[in-house]
Design a protein around this ligand. Structure first.
Ligand code: DAH
Length: 337
């Protein structure tokens, strides 16, 4: 048998075996067997030297041609077992990347929940400007010029008589001026104070104020509304305590503590072992405020209250640093999804 016959025989055999290979590993083994340094084709080529020059040329050319054919076959067979990673390839069985939907910021959500609770009790929602005048932020609310109570609220002044509102209470005279009793409103929004930023204080935070003005409104009505709100918001069985306090725009004024909803008044870290949590300020609207807004304070009375949204959220979710609300750490914010 001539060398050419050997080569032809080898080609047939190799093609058949490549065709039958059932894995990448067996293909690799075949490649070594036929084309490797110690493989069949190399073995045949080594005998070329023994041939006469004429025959050697033809056989060499034929052997090289077979090498190329086999290499192409291996290449094609290999592709059968490997996934091509080109742009058009789509594997519908892979899990999706999953877009996380955004969530409402926890402060907006708590503010919404507070409003929702009062809305259910018949309060309308009203808003006012962040850049406020001295008149609505202080004067109309019975803070006379140079009154020391102005120092309770470190103010960012803008220019002239303009300032960043230090509370949402100025919406009260703004709305009272425009309306006729009964007026029953809550006022959610952003507020600003020139304070040292700490775990408990920030320069920008949120409040919800509420007020009702009508004939015959009493402190009993205020208490009823606040008990209903606190129980709806923090838990059915909690108790409220009204402590005397001072605000220029209410008389009498009070601060409300709720019995700690975490330990039920027994004493824990949240309530600093007092059993009580300070939650809001309130009182009967000062007659001067009513008169400033054009109401006859002999005929009409009203109550008002105001609370800090961050404070309420920190208590409800046991958050110990107000700055967490504002530094936009998604791991923090997503907890409230
Ligand atoms: N404006 C007060 C503050 O920022 C909170 C407040 C107290 C609001 C009593 C009221 C109120 O409407 O009646 O500290």
């Amino acid at each position: 048998m001539s060398l050419l016959d050997d080569v032809a025989q080898l080609e047939k055999e190799a093609l058949r075996e490549i065709e039958g290979a059932d894995s990448l590993e067996s293909l690799n083994e075949l490649q070594i067997k036929f084309l490797g340094r110690k493989g069949c084709l190399t073995a045949i080529l080594k005998t070329l030297g023994k041939l006469p020059v004429e025959e050697r040329k033809a056989a060499g050319a034929r052997a090289n041609q077979i090498r190329r054919t086999l290499e192409e076959c291996f290449q094609r067979a290999t592709e059968k077992f490997t996934v091509k990673k080109d742009k058009t390839f789509f594997d519908p069985t892979l899990p999706g990347t999953g877009y996380r939907p955004g969530v409402v910021h926890i402060i907006n959500r708590v503010m919404g929940e507070i409003c929702h609770t009062f809305y259910g009790m018949g309060f309308e929602i009203a808003r006012g400007p962040h850049v406020e005048t001295d008149y609505y932020n202080f004067e109309a609310l019975n803070f006379p010029p140079d009154h020391p109570a102005r120092d309770m609220q470190d103010t960012f002044f803008v220019e002239g008589d303009r300032l960043l509102r230090t509370h949402t209470t100025p919406v009260q005279p703004r709305e009272l001026e425009k309306r006729q009793p009964p007026v029953k409103i809550i006022t959610p929004g952003k507020t600003f104070r020139n304070e040292e930023i700490s775990t408990r204080a920030h320069v920008s935070f949120h409040q919800v104020d509420g007020f009702l003005v009508d004939e015959g409104v009493t402190m009993g009505d205020l208490k009823g509304a606040l008990v209903a709100f606190c129980r709806a918001f923090f838990g059915d069985e909690l108790k409220l305590k009204f402590r005397p306090s001072f605000f220029p725009f209410t008389e009498p004024s009070a601060e409300v503590d709720i019995s700690c909803f975490l330990c039920r008044g027994k004493g824990c870290q949240l309530c600093k072992y007092s059993g009580w949590l300070e939650i809001l300020g309130c009182g009967m609207i000062h007659p001067n405020v009513l008169e400033n807004c054009g109401y006859d304070s002999e005929k009409y009375t009203g109550y008002a209250f105001g609370m800090g949204v961050e404070r309420v959220a920190m208590l409800k979710y046991e958050i110990n640093d107000i700055r967490l609300f504002f530094n936009n750490n998604l791991r923090f914010l997503r907890q409230f999804a």
